[in-house]
Design a protein around this ligand. Structure first.
Ligand code: HMG
Ligand code: NDP
Length: 414
């Protein structure tokens, strides 16, 4: 437990006010520097709850930087073990060569599994991966007087001159972001405008939210309606939603690899036929019967572990998990595998990407910060994560085809 000897007289007084409740935790920031506020809040909690927060207090994050843009009421940091899988050979438009994958997880057997998948993919020649679409969306909801009013509004917003005005307005709020489209959706007298943006190397949710505020101010001045909410859930952010799977959100990425039968037998201890059948009956039929939005084995596992490692917003695992995995035996007897990720939201600038450990993971992948051609780094990261997901799918489907799932977790996960 931290002792009061480390504190000045003023800090001791603030600590006792925090413990008594006469000073709220967040107001402390007005009285002391951020690093001292983090310490005092932690010490107050130790006293209030009679616990020791020694590990929470052990970190290298810069409290001033983090308190500006990543966290409020900071008391420390939690640690998640970081493992490495690979190298995996990737043939992307942006990611080309061999990559070590940082995975932050507490699930034993996960890193071993991705590592095995990487090895099987690499000896088979690597992945081929492409980003097909990139778009970040924000969709305010407007309550119109009646259907006529809704129709007038939709016709107005579709006018090319109006769209040009909106684009100009957006360019006043961001140097990098561009408004690329707007799609109106109507429900009764509600109109949802799904604005689409290219956010380059940023994941972009702050960027597009600020831009959309400027857009709705213009709409209010020009058309006389103001949204009920800046986000009307047709965006759709951090919720499982078919619209993201169909239209895409973040990066839409597709990855493939073809494994010769000998590789499947040697590396995965099974056959292409057995893996094809597991994929069909589990990932396709089982997911359909369960009415799942994701037709895969564990895309979320790899996305979550790489998002945590690389400073992404982990809530976006929701959309990322809606991936579809296919596995087909070819006429040559090899196994052709693909993963389609319709909505992989990520960035290499902003958000959690600047925190020391996360920035180091991005550096390990060669994608820390913005790229010379804005957007290239985020697409490279998308290609790498998609390849990692494929490695995870190949290994887990292989383990289930071989009947090794329970054994692997008994040995490595407990
Ligand atoms: C565990 C293995 C990999 C063993 O796999 P194996 O083939 O029995 O082991 P091996 O000793 O022959 O090693 C083969 C390769 O695996 C890797 N490997 C092997 N051990 C390690 C290790 N300690 N650390 C790092 N890498 C390891 C490594 O690449 C190695 O090659 P080598 O380098 O030796 O030439 C395999 O059985 C496996 O992948 N099982 C599946 C485990 C898995 O994917 N778990 C993910 C979580 S499951 C879950 O959360 C979701 C679920 C299951 O509920 C979803 C669903 O419904 O399906
Ligand atoms: N506000 C919301 O509703 C939501 C917010 N979030 C949070 O949003 C954060 C991510 O938002 P995001 O907008 O990505 O990040 P930031 O708000 O951190 O902004 C990133 C900024 O980086 C600048 N930038 C510098 N170089 C580049 C480059 N090469 N490409 C693109 N932008 C560049 C841009 O400035 P400029 O704009 O001047 O071009 C951009 O706005 C995360 O913390 C996430 O948790 C998540 C969901 C919803």
């Amino acid at each position: 437990m931290n002792t009061e000897n480390q504190l000045s007289m003023e800090e001791k007084e603030l600590l006792s006010q925090l413990v008594s409740g006469s000073l709220s935790m967040h107001r402390l920031d007005k009285h002391v520097e951020k690093d001292r506020a983090v310490l005092l809040r932690r010490m107050a909690l130790e006293r209030i709850r009679d616990v020791q927060l020694e590990h929470i207090g052990s970190f290298s994050i810069n409290e001033n930087e983090a308190s500006k843009r990543n966290i409020e009421n900071m008391i420390g940091a939690v640690q998640v073990p970081l493992g490495i899988a690979g190298p995996v050979k990737i043939g992307g438009e942006f990611a080309q060569g061999e990559y070590y994958l940082p995975l932050a997880t507490t699930e034993g057997a996960l890193v071993a599994s991705v590592n095995r998948g990487c090895s099987a993919i690499s000896v088979s020649g690597g992945t081929v991966v492409r980003v097909f679409n990139e778009v970040m969306t924000r969709a305010p909801v407007f309550r119109m007087n009646d259907i006529n009013h809704a129709k007038e509004f939709v016709d107005w917003i579709k006018d090319g001159d109006v769209f040009g005005q909106l684009q100009n307005k957006v360019s006043e709020t961001t140097r990098f972001g561009k408004l690329t489209g707007v799609e109106p959706y109507v429900l009764g007298n509600n109109v949802y405008l799904r604005f689409e943006f290219d956010t380059k190397d940023a994941m972009g949710m702050n960027m597009v939210t600020i831009a959309t505020q400027a857009i709705v101010d213009l709409i209010s001045n020009e058309f006389g309606v103001y949204p009920i909410s800046l986000s009307g859930n047709m965006c759709s952010d951090k919720k499982p939603a078919a619209i993201n799977n169909i239209k895409g959100r973040g990066k839409t990425v597709v990855v493939e690899a073809e494994l010769p039968a000998e590789v499947v037998e040697k590396k995965l201890k099974t056959t292409p036929q057995a893996m094809e059948e597991v994929n069909y009956r589990k990932n396709l039929l089982g997911s359909a019967r369960a009415q799942s939005l994701g037709f895969n084995a564990h895309a979320a596992n790899i996305i979550a572990a790489m998002y945590i490692a690389c400073g992404q917003d982990p809530a976006h695992v929701v959309e990322g998990s809606s991936a579809i995995t296919t596995m087909d035996v070819t006429k040559y007897g090899s196994l052709y595998c693909t993963v389609t990720l319709p909505a992989l939201q990520l960035g290499t600038v902003g958000g959690g990407t600047i925190i020391g450990t996360q920035a180091e993971c991005l550096a390990l992948l060669g994608v820390a910060g913005g790229s010379d051609v804005p957007g290239a780094n985020s697409k490279k990261l998308a290609e790498i994560i998609a390849s990692a997901v494929l490695a995870g799918e190949i290994s887990l489907v292989g383990a289930q085809a071989a009947g090794h799932l329970a054994r692997a977790h008994a040995e490595l996960g407990r």
